[in-house]
Design a binder for this molecule. Structure first.
Ligand SMILES: *[C@@H]1O[C@H](CO)[C@@H](O)[C@H](O)[C@H]1NC(C)=O
Ligand SMILES: *[C@@H]1O[C@H](CO)[C@@H](O)[C@H](O)[C@H]1NC(C)=O
Length: 239
């Protein structure tokens, strides 16, 4: 009895890990959970992220953040990045199922934040997100909280992809192009095949199907306010 109880405790302790450092990461299952407080200098506040559990391509995680000042600046992108769903050309993808079930367990008034995928492609199979190897950053917004918007401007409206209706925004960033699927709806139970998004980008936004998928990230970009985002289930895979 004693042995079993001790073992159960040890497993629980090992699977829940809280990160507090600016660029601290933890690995679990097919993912790296990273704090990525890249814009923290543009305001004041703090954030922590917790890897709740992970097994194979399914992960549960949370992030608690409180940020003030610099209302138009993103403070961070706490996210999970798949270590397996990458390195293939868009034309080679037959399916890319993803599920993301999340909620803000707590949320302050007047919060400014998005909850979004960040999907990176480039001309070679390997590329760190937001690097010299990045050609495109595809965002899928599941939440737009407060008066914020994607980079660029609207290039298409009433676009139906993945069973939902989007505005498509487009504009340049450092050395890559950002194309965002944007909605003002709050989507907290998202279950789609990302291949439908890739197909749209190739057919309607002139994205080269020879582009390599370099990274799929899912996380939140807070500007100001405070919240506790809990992802009870996230998964993504590519075949
Ligand atoms: C995150 O916030 C929730 C709700 O406010 C709280 O219960 C939890 O203890 C916090 N977790 C950490 C690691 O700060
Ligand atoms: C850029 O691509 C090259 C060639 O594929 C690779 O060796 C390198 O690690 C990549 N660098 C970054 C920062 O992604």
């Amino acid at each position: 009895m004693l042995t079993v109880a001790t073992l159960a405790l040890a497993i629980t302790a090992a699977s829940a890990q809280t990160l507090t450092g600016q660029f601290e990461c933890a690995s679990g299952g097919d993912y790296n959970l990273c704090q990525n407080l890249w814009g923290s200098d543009s305001g004041t506040g703090s954030q922590s992220s917790t890897l709740i559990s992970a097994e194979g391509d399914t992960i549960s995680w949370s992030t608690n953040w409180t940020w003030a000042d610099g209302p138009n600046s993103v403070k961070s992108y706490a996210n999970v990045e798949s270590t397996t769903a990458k390195g293939v050309q868009l034309s080679e993808i037959t399916t890319a199922p993803t599920t993301w079930i999340w909620e803000h367990e707590t949320q302050s008034d007047g919060i400014r934040a998005d909850v979004a995928y960040d999907i990176w492609t480039g001309v070679g199979p390997v590329g760190t997100p937001a690097s010299a190897n990045s050609s495109y950053e595809f965002m899928i917004w599941l939440a737009k909280l407060g008066d914020i918007q994607p980079i660029g401007s609207t290039v298409a409206s009433n676009v139906e992809v993945g069973g939902l209706t989007w505005e498509v925004w487009r504009g340049p960033n450092t050395n890559w192009e950002v194309i965002s699927f944007f909605t003002t709806d709050l989507i907290q139970d998202f279950e789609v095949d990302l291949k439908e998004f890739f197909d749209y980008l190739v057919a309607e936004q002139d994205v080269d199907p020879a582009q390599y998928l370099q990274s799929i990230q899912a996380g939140t970009e807070p500007f100001t306010g405070s919240a506790n985002l809990v992802t009870s289930k996230y998964s993504v895979s590519v075949a």
